[in-house]
Design a protein around this ligand. Structure first.
Ligand SMILES: CC(C)(COP(=O)(O)OP(=O)(O)OC[C@H]1O[C@@H](n2cnc3c(N)ncnc32)[C@H](O)[C@@H]1OP(=O)(O)O)[C@@H](O)C(=O)NCCC(=O)NCCS
Length: 238
């Protein structure tokens, strides 16, 4: 079945509700909290030509992603990536992310492009596009962006570590690196990442182990001081 991946526009507004539903459902399944998107916000992104949509030839929704700017346009984030369960593992997320990346480069050629994710597939795709894992201090310091983390179940980890660590990994693409790469060519990003894939996987597990252990300790302390029931342990779905 052919899937068409394109910049979304007015003609796609009718898909906004379904996109929000799928984003929310997948977040519930993964146990993450940054889930709810307002259909009106998604529609606005479509009208502004700041979203990528994937549909079958017959118009069945297959995937989506949009771009947002932060720090007065100095940073661009590609957010809200979703692929419908029946279209997963066929390289669709890669195509959508590639188009979102190209759109970001076209619209904001000097901006740094970044993302926060716990998803290994997304980390793989980002790496192939030229993103590198960075500390949170290298991402936007726009308070409005970080406010978006407030609805995540792990927000207390982010605040407890003074915004230094969380279960998500920050990844960044800096256009300046292109210039440097021209001067000092590196091996292909994909090859480099393939070598590190196992290390990333272990790193995600280690981070979850350490950060969730501390979270559990904090919860235990709180529980000792109150009669509130202990929450279910959280798991990471990379
Ligand atoms: C994450 C998600 C977008 C991936 O979509 P997809 O279309 O299945 O991804 P792709 O087929 O393009 O796969 C990209 C790479 O990740 C790998 N991959 C995909 N799903 C994987 C999984 N569950 N576990 C491990 N690797 C996986 C693919 O093999 C591919 O690697 P390769 O290039 O080495 O072959 C999709 O599973 C999804 O919508 N999940 C729920 C929402 C979500 O997690 N969004 C990301 C928020 S940051």
């Amino acid at each position: 079945m052919e899937i068409i991946v394109q910049v979304a526009g007015e003609q796609h507004l009718e898909y906004a509700q379904e996109i929000c539903r799928q984003i929310e459902e997948s977040a519930k399944a993964r146990g993450t909290g940054i889930a709810k998107r307002d259909p009106e916000y998604i529609k606005q992104k479509m009208r502004e030509g700041k979203a990528i949509i994937a549909l079958t030839e017959t118009g069945i929704f297959a995937g989506f992603c949009y771009i947002e700017t932060w720090s007065h346009g100095n940073y661009v984030a590609n957010s809200g990536l979703i692929v419908s369960p029946e279209f997963r593992k066929h390289g669709l997320a890669k195509k959508i992310k590639e188009q979102a990346f190209n759109l970001s480069r076209e619209k904001y050629p000097n901006a740094k492009i970044f993302g926060l994710t716990t998803s290994l597939p997304v980390m793989k795709i980002n790496s192939e596009l030229g993103y590198k894992p960075v500390t949170f201090s290298e991402l936007t310091d726009d308070e409005a962006f970080w406010k978006g983390c407030q609805s995540c179940v792990n927000y207390d980890i982010l605040t407890r570590t003074n915004r230094k660590h969380c279960l998500c990994t920050g990844m960044l693409y800096d256009p300046k690196w292109e210039e440097e790469k021209k001067k000092n060519p590196e091996p292909e990003a994909k090859k480099t990442f393939k070598l590190k894939e196992k290390i990333y996987e272990r790193w995600l597990r280690f981070k979850a182990f350490v950060l969730l252990k501390d979270k559990d300790k904090n919860n235990d302390k709180k529980q000792n001081n109150s009669t509130v029931a202990k929450p279910e342990p959280q798991t990471v779905n990379a």
